[in-house]
Design a protein around this ligand. Sequence first.
Ligand code: PEP
Length: 253
Amino acid sequence: MANTRTPLIAGNWKMNLSLAEATALASAVKDAAAKYTDRDVLLYPTFLQLTRVAEIVKGSRVLLGAQNCSAEKEGAFTGEIAAAQIKDAGAGYILIGHSERRHILKESDAFLKTKIDRVLDEGLMAMLCVGETLDERESGRAETVVLNQLNAALSHLTKDAWKHIAIAYEPVWAIGTGKNATPEDAQAMHAAIRKRIALLNADAAPTTRILYGGSVKPDNVAALMAKEDIDGALVGGASLKAESFSELIKLAK
Ligand code: PEP
């Protein structure tokens, strides 16, 4: 049976782009997204660019997200940004547990679980990133690692909370390296993730979007998204240029 999940193509701008560049790129993405009503487009600019990008995409099909949030609600946490402030800026999504935060900034599973709760407290969508390192894949532990990450962050959720969850499977060895998982390997992991979601909440399994991330480009996106359980892409490098991201939007069906 064909699934009813709307494809989602998301651009993670990381710590890139000036305000002028972000403004121009957001306008170009808005124009590209306007051509397709059967897929969703989501942008993750830096915090400083959120309000500007929110103004640009207002009233369009383009969704807006933040790349991270504090694990705390509010208060004396210098340099942090609260989920409520992100909501206030006009964003609907927050990316949680990107591999750069897990591995470079050493964010633990327990810490990420708290962040998920902060996102859900505000009624926003949390996109949880999971993924194994090269060493974990080569030693046959990829699925265990990924499912443990999923369980640690999400197994406590109520049934209703699952409506606010999306997953991004991003093998760490594929991020920014030019090496993507084969569509078959990615599909196998997505199917394992969906099976685990079914154990946690049977109703959420057919509806939760699971995106693939890791060196997605216009020349590999169609083969990845042709797979049954791959519902979209989380894109880093190729989301930074209007031409390549517009091409990805066009091909993401
Ligand atoms: C990412 O940042 O989540 C990512 C997948 O990056 P890239 O597309 O550059 O591999």
